[in-house]
Design a protein around this ligand. Sequence first.
Ligand SMILES: [Zn+2]
Length: 167
Amino acid sequence: MTAKPHSKILTELLNLEGMKVESYIHHEGVGVILHLTAESKKSICPQCGELSQKIHQNHRYLVKDLPLMSQPVYLDINRRQFKCCVCNKPFSEEFNFVKKRRTYTCRFAKNIVNQILKNDVKNVAQRNNVSPEEIETMLKDASQDLIGSKPSELQRLEIGQTTLYQG
Ligand SMILES: [Zn+2]
């Protein structure tokens, strides 16, 4: 396979660790669609932790990403399904830049949430071509992420206090 020069540039621009841009299409009135696949030929089985490189199936799915030069960007991701040779069961690879069952990337949601903090929902929804319902989900996810990060912060505070008392 010959490497296309634009793929390397787009992969750099995309800046999603472990992912590469295979090709792209520009659809007039829709935006830019980047076809992505993971760089690694292997994935770890979530059941047993065994590294697998036996591809079972290829599934594609589309998620919204941050706009590029004022154009909407969609990622057409090849989510590969591997077959674990230990468990003998298929499993799908996970991506850390999209939450489960979401149709947009984490950085897209983060950007929207940041806009909401300064604007009203309707305004931001219109400007970013998303529904107010999607924004509601993004806000819920963001607050859940905050709750999730609290225990470690509390722990650090407690550790800090213990150190203070000991000193
Ligand atoms: Zn396994």
